[in-house]
Design a protein. Structure first.
Length: 445
């Protein structure tokens, strides 16, 4: 009988109601498959210790993991399951849509049955109806983007029935209630992405707070959150620092806490002749927060496409969407993107990554009639057969290092923005590249 229970629970958590394809192991990020990966076909009854022990034995990467308890709690609730290869992959990234679905499921909110345009439409609608998020919580409405720690905090704080007026207040409430801890030495890491393990831990803590439990608080992180609460911030609520400044601090209107001096001190591209401080005094576009928001969103949306491709799910719409964020003057680029889609499929390419564009680090090249927005990025080339042109980047082959499969890389780059019309609705320039314009690219530690 015991063996039968263990076998059934293993099947329950690995296979999601006939939807999962057992022959493939998929990444959690992709919209077309995540709807099934987050489901269990039925809930595990409370107190069923033998089946849970079987789950730990089945998912070898759960046992001894720092989030093992929270993962098992989520499995017991029936809101999450594993992968068809028998692993749980606790360090895989979670998207905005996935986190909302997990939260809605954990809190037991009723979800409708009418199908939307995407697998997550109902969960997003349910989350909004139950005040788990506001549109202002997210810089864009792209639900397939990896969830940042700050975005997760917004949802978590709302889930315990609290409210806040700013990003720094949301973070303070979250840390004070034990919903979130710092990442080493109490660092808050607002822009860091969220893993499955982190997401499930936060959801477990949400439920404990809602049930009246007092959680342990990261004292160092709370002190940092208190400092941030009282600190001067920019338009976007990011903390401005006044100590340990970069050597060229005079080139920027302010220096942010979340970025290292290395990012500020990176040498601009040779044709850039107007720095951020100069733009802040004279440039109409730079003084406009809506314009900077648009530039940031366009840049991040473009690279969310470039840095997240999967031969198992990509199709020609990837090319159309990616091209929509680029300067439209060169139509041949669209054809090149469509050819790249075919190459991704033939070469079995899988890439995951993210980019964050910083509006306070915008510069200009009068000679090239371009603005440049400095950005922080990371990526991993997870799968490919041939190394040639793995990434859609004209200077990929010219990179100073050869990228290893499965290794994470990070860096900083000035992304060129331009337009073929006489306005400030800038798009990513066709000349853009991670491996040009004086960028820094290296293996992540």
């Amino acid at each position: 009988m015991k063996k039968a229970i263990l076998a059934s629970i293993a099947a329950l958590t690995i296979f999601s109601t006939g939807i999962l394809q057992v022959s493939s192991v998929y990444a959690l990020e992709k919209e077309s498959i995540t709807g099934s990966l987050l489901d269990a076909s039925e809930k595990v009854k409370d107190g069923a210790s033998e089946p849970i022990n079987g789950v730990v034995a089945t998912f070898k990467d759960i046992k001894g993991h720092w989030a093992e308890s929270s993962i098992l709690t989520a499995i017991k609730q029936g809101i999450v399951s594993g992968y068809p290869d028998g692993l749980f992959y606790p360090e895989n990234k979670v998207t905005r849509a996935e986190f909302l679905k997990l939260t809605v499921g954990s809190l037991g909110y009723e979800v409708g049955t009418k199908n939307g345009d995407t697998w997550y439409s109902l969960y997003v609608t349910t989350a909004k109806a139950n005040n788990l998020y506001n549109e202002s919580d997210f810089p864009s409405s792209d639900w397939s983007k990896p969830m940042t720690r700050l975005e997760m905090v917004h949802v978590a704080v709302r889930a315990i029935g609290a409210a806040a007026q700013s990003d720094k207040e949301f973070m303070y409430i979250a840390v004070k209630n034990g919903l979130i801890s710092g990442v080493g030495d109490g660092i808050l890491d607002l822009g860091g992405t969220t893993t499955r393990a982190q997401a499930l831990t936060v959801i477990d803590r949400i439920n404990k707070v809602r049930s009246g439990e007092t959680l342990k608080v990261d004292a160092v992180a709370l002190a940092n959150a208190e400092i941030a609460m009282n600190a001067k911030t920019d338009f976007w609520g990011h903390v401005i620092r006044t100590t340990d400044l970069p050597k060229n601090a005079k080139n920027y209107p302010y220096i942010l806490e979340e970025y290292p001096n290395e990012m500020y001190e990176m040498k601009p591209y040779q044709t850039i002749d107007t720095n951020s401080m100069q733009l802040s005094k004279t440039d109409i576009a730079y003084k406009s927060k809506p314009t900077l928001d648009m530039w940031k969103k366009t840049t991040e949306s473009y690279y969310d496409q470039i840095l997240n491709v999967d031969y198992r799910t990509i199709n020609e719409s990837w090319a159309t969407k990616t091209f929509s964020y680029m300067n439209q003057s060169n139509r041949s680029t669209l054809a090149e993107m469509k050819r790249y889609v075919t190459w991704v499929k033939d070469n079995k390419i899988v890439i995951s990554g993210s980019l964050s564009a910083e509006p306070s680090m915008v510069m200009r090249s009068k000679k090239r009639h371009m603005y440049f927005i400095r950005s922080k990025f990371e990526f991993t080339l997870k799968s490919f057969i041939k190394y040639d042109d793995v990434m859609f980047d004209q200077y990929f082959k010219a990179a100073s290092i050869k990228f290893k499969k499965g290794k994470k890389y990070e860096g900083y780059v000035d992304i060129p923005l331009s337009t073929n019309t006489n306005d400030y609705e800038l798009k990513v320039s066709a000349a853009t590249s991670f491996f040009d314009f004086g960028s820094i690219v290296r293996a992540a530690e």
